[in-house]
Write a protein that binds this ligand. Structure first.
Ligand code: BGC
Length: 243
């Protein structure tokens, strides 16, 4: 049974029906700019539009840039603060009438990469880093996700690492790839010294340009670009429904 995967990001909301057996999109995805402010009500309305667009009546899986515990949003880094404390499962189930699963967006992207993408043969400790508007992380021991790690907010040079090394910083400060790579390298080295991972997988919008910054990294850990690129959040949100 296909599942509708929805990836709610700081900049865009993307969705498509996904075949959870092989992790492929079974229809063209839709992409809608995230409403500003990105309040629970405004985003629930967009999700209702998406459901109508696909004429969807099945299960839905949703990734949100927030710590999600028992369906409840606990943080809101790149979305409206009004999300904090909201029971997201209840909100979206009530608005759509459909069975809904919710998880952190980076955890969703990580699940997709570990099940169908760059990490499908990985063992040991893997950290998936998604660099986009925010800096997200998903931590795995073999195939098991340890959810809500939020390592994008580790302190780096006195600030949240996200303010130093997200893809948004590269654009905002008009950095060259070598300049940005230096920052990202500092970040990965920090993760290395704290977690001693066996593998890094780099996803998010930056991953398509991996050839421009991988050669500048000085880490010792194996590193791979995400293979599902920007679809990982959609695919993983759908895959989470079956977990
Ligand atoms: C949020 C995380 C999210 C990441 C990527 C961070 O700002 O705190 O929950 O996974 O951005 O969107």
């Amino acid at each position: 049974m296909n599942i509708l995967g929805i990836d709610i990001g700081g900049s865009a909301i993307k969705a498509a029906p996904v075949n959870p057996v092989n992790g492929t999109l079974v229809a063209d995805k839709v992409r809608i700019a995230t409403p500003q402010p990105a309040t629970p009500f405004a985003i629930a309305e967009i999700i209702a539009e998406i459901i109508a667009h696909f004429n969807w009546t099945g299960q839905i899986g949703c990734g949100l840039p927030s710590v999600i515990r028992n369906g409840i949003a606990c943080t809101a880094a790149n979305i409206d603060a009004g999300w904090i404390g909201v029971d997201v499962v209840e909100l979206l189930s009530a608005r759509t009438g459909l069975d809904t699963t919710v998880l952190n967006d980076a955890d969703a992207a990580g699940l997709a990469e570990m099940h169908y993408g760059a990490g499908s043969k990985a063992s040991g400790t893997t950290i998936v880093v998604t660099a986009g508007t925010g800096l997200g992380t998903a931590l795995f021991r073999d195939n098991t996700l340890i959810p809500n790690t939020e390592l994008g907010h580790l302190r780096l040079h006195g600030k949240s690492a996200e303010k130093i090394a997200s893809a948004a910083v590269l654009t905002r400060l008009n950095l060259s790839y070598p300049e940005w790579a230096k920052r990202f390298d500092d970040y990965l080295r920090r993760l290395e010294e704290l977690f001693w991972p066996d593998l890094f997988i780099i996803g998010g919008e930056i991953s398509k340009n991996h050839a421009q910054f991988f050669p500048h990294l000085t880490i010792n850990t194996e590193i791979l670009p995400a293979t599902l690129r920007n679809d990982a959040g959609i695919i993983g949100a759908a895959a989470a429904v079956l977990r």
